[in-house]
Design a binder for this molecule. Structure first.
Ligand code: UD1
Length: 417
């Protein structure tokens, strides 16, 4: 299993390009199941989660062709097996995103329940309830969601909580439904807007994406389209934190500050100068950051996917900060590993009190989930001496060529096989 060896202490400096967003690309690839014509994508990130999704739709009869370095052409004309088997779903919860499109296009779907994952129970009841409201017959048997509907019917759906993939699944299903669907309490994440833009290019009639009420007027069929995946705001935020904690100065290109208001505000509070350009962000950090408290909430508030990275920067900041996680019940697993590096963190249920220490010391640590891995990388970059991060397959799910990008910024990072 690959490990990452980081020798900390170098301020990051230079320019690096941000990849396409994993959390936009995954639902958008599923959207291509909705039509028989080829859909052409660009800015698709090279990530293990994307390969998993391509394998998953590939075994359904979908044809995927590479198109240049970061492009894909997905043709679902031959879609003949609307099934997502456990073996493929178990490694990636986002596989549930095939449920809505398969049901809408094929009238049936058999999708393995994603089950729990390290950061929390993460049920999919809202996905199922929403599809049932649209007339689907759904049973859960032997760990599989079995769904049928001759044609989905438009409905007014009020979700019990704000769910990102839940909103995406229902929005995709509704594009081919008979009549109008309204999703209330919809998630407002930029990735939902990106998905809506792609669906609209495919002929869907959607309004309100990016607000908490999305209206979808169902159409008979969708058609082929071309779509560029939006930049990854979480990858962007992670590199901003890495630069900030090392007292560095970086310019991140092919990205936008537009989706990162809450994160940039916190970085400024911590003492960084952040300048937004039209498709780039420049950050200049002071020698030592000030501790900043955060509370995770659905977009546009502070993202749970940036919580672990901010815990890492608070570990060496001046002062103390409280980190409150309100989205997932078990998302502090990185804290124990950060403590191994010398951090002072006290956990009380969903609150973490982080008191900054003057320095962290390199050690061997274990990555437990995707963003936890990112926080260990950030801590390793500022720790004295060597940090060896084990189980970095988590990192490869969501960060494209991370060691290459960090090396370009002057860090000493090496993959050990
Ligand atoms: C998405 C993101 C993930 C991010 C998360 C929250 C993707 C592929 N993943 O995950 O990176 O951390 O949003 O911003 O986009 N819930 C239920 N029932 C449901 C659905 C959700 O109880 O049917 C709960 C979850 O357990 C969680 C909360 O709602 O506590 C929010 O989860 P949700 O927004 O659905 O997260 P994901 O879409 O899985």
């Amino acid at each position: 299993m690959d490990k990452l060896l980081i020798q900390g202490g170098t301020p990051l400096s230079g320019e690096v390009s941000i990849s396409g967003a994993k959390n936009a690309a995954l639902p958008i690839l599923c959207a291509s199941l909705l039509c028989a014509e080829p859909v052409r994508f660009s800015n698709v990130p090279h990530l293990n989660d994307i390969s998993t999704m391509l394998r998953l739709i590939g075994q359904m009869g979908v044809e995927v062709t590479m198109d240049g370095n970061d492009g894909l052409i997905v043709s679902s004309r031959g879609l003949n097996n609307p099934t997502a088997p456990y073996d493929m779903v178990k490694t990636m919860r986002a596989s549930i995103l095939v449920l809505g499109p398969l049901l809408a296009r094929c009238g049936e779907a058999k999708v393995s329940l994603p089950g729990g994952c390290a950061i929390g129970a993460r049920p999919v009841d809202q996905h199922i309830k929403g599809l049932q409201a649209m007339g689907a017959e759904i049973h859960v048997e032997h760990g599989y969601v079995l769904a049928k509907a001759s044609r989905l019917k438009g409905a007014r759906i009020v979700t019990d909580m704000v769910t990102v993939t839940g909103t995406e699944n229902l929005m995709m299903a509704a594009t081919l439904a008979d009549g109008e669907t309204i999703i209330e309490n919809a998630a407002r994440e930029p990735e939902i807007v990106d998905l809506a833009n792609c669906l609209t290019a495919m002929g869907a009639r959607i309004s309100g994406a990016g607000t908490d009420r999305i209206r979808i007027q169902g159409v008979e069929r969708l058609h082929g389209a071309t779509h560029a995946i939006m930049p990854d705001r979480i990858e962007t935020g992670t590199y901003l934190c890495a630069a900030a904690v090392t007292g560095g100065q970086v310019r991140l290109t092919n990205t936008s500050a537009d989706y990162l208001d809450s994160v940039i505000q916190k970085l400024r509070e911590a003492g960084c100068a952040v300048v937004a350009e039209s498709d780039a962000i420049v950050l200049r950090a002071p020698p030592r950051l000030k501790a900043v408290s955060i509370r995770t909430e659905p977009y546009p508030a502070f993202p749970t996917d940036m919580q672990a990275q901010f815990m890492a920067i608070n570990c060496v900041a001046e002062g103390a900060a409280v980190i409150r996680e309100t989205i997932f019940e078990n998302r502090f697993m990185h804290a124990v590993e950060l403590i191994r590096l010398g951090a002072d963190i006290r956990i009380d249920a969903s609150n973490a009190l982080v008191t900054g220490v003057p320095r962290l010391d390199g050690a061997t640590v274990m990555a437990t989930d995707l963003r936890a891995s990112a926080s260990l990388v950030i801590a390793g970059l500022v720790a004295q001496g060597d940090t060896l991060i084990e189980r970095i397959y988590h990192l490869d799910r969501g960060y494209e060529r991370i060691e290459e990008k960090l090396t370009r910024l002057g860090a000493s990072v090496r993959r050990v096989r």
